[in-house]
Design a protein around this ligand. Sequence first.
Ligand SMILES: *Cc1c(COP(=O)(O)O)cnc(C)c1O
Length: 400
Amino acid sequence: MNSQYYIDLEDKYGAHNYKPLDVVLTKGEGVWVEDIDGNRYLDFLSAYSALNQGHRHPKIVKALQDQLERITLTSRAFRNDQLGLFYKKLSDMTGYQMSLPMNSGAEAVETALKVARKWGYAVKGIPKYEAEIIVAAGNFHGRTITIISFSSEPLYKDAFGPFTPGFKIVPFGDLEAVRAAINPNTAAVMLEPIQGENGVIIPPEGYLRGVADLCKQNQVLFIADEIQTGLGRTGKLFASDYEKVRPDITIIGKALSGGMLPISAVLADEPILGLYQPSEHGSTFGGSPLACAVGIAALDVIEEENLPERAFTLGNYFIDRLSEIPSAHIKEVRGRGLLIGVELKPEAGGARRFCEALQGEGILAKETHDHVIRFAPPLIIEQETLDWALPRIAKVLQMP
Ligand SMILES: *Cc1c(COP(=O)(O)O)cnc(C)c1O
């Protein structure tokens, strides 16, 4: 069977809610993937940062296999011998007292929003159902109806109302706008420390610190969505660490399983997460022994292989080398750690054609929005592999 066979199957029988590059992958190992014709590619997307540990990391595969031989799912109706260990691992590694496991990132965001509202009523004393949550324009927090209700991107949102009320959108990076939006009914401010999907947008220095301080002064929770930026991607365990900010709630997902299963979690201290009472929230698969065993191994790898430090060092190196590429198309190279965006000038004709050309060079990257190429390889990548990629990237960026 050739690629076209699989492409046609997908397009005929599947909803067209993505516009993938036409490469049909069948194997992955470390930073490399292979298509059904045997062509090898360097994975520069890492499944939107879910593969920080690389494809099929042996330690995580082993944890998955071992747990498969024992028990996979208990539901939270019963206890299991992996969940407590997973909680403890998360707590030891992040310093938060508690966590709540879910599956997808969007579910974890919903979980954080629900508990922030409950905190607003039970602790802050906001009148019932008046709680407001402040978010930033350009945000990406997932795809549920509530989450798209506070999106500023028409494509994510416009066809799908009516929307969930209770959210205020302010410009990203503008501290005064947050100050002006806070009122006695504000329960929380939720931000991505770097807006990944919006094109790797880094806020001005001091912004996160400023928002965290404003929240503290006004008895407002600060929620960081670190689903994409967290777990080492930006060169620290969390992108919030750059401003020594400890959010009241941190949301993680993606790399929490190293690409094996959907695993997400909400991290916070007892006065917040302790507010959930039995039956107020749950998930059939969240906290399954399989997920917990995989999650522990995925976190172990991040620690044992110093992935945040690797991302920091290699990211600086790669950003410097990318910045040296003489290309008339490049408007800006920006990033932190190995979350890097190359923004092209509007007249470059869009990032998509460059990503298609990169595919021809054995590199898989994906445009984000129209004009940004995102480079986010697995954090286990070696400098020599980056050096292999650089001339190929330069060649593509120098196309007419
Ligand atoms: C990917 C992502 C989500 C949504 O995660 P899903 O697992 O796709 O639901 C939420 N927030 C951020 C910042 C993300 O990058």
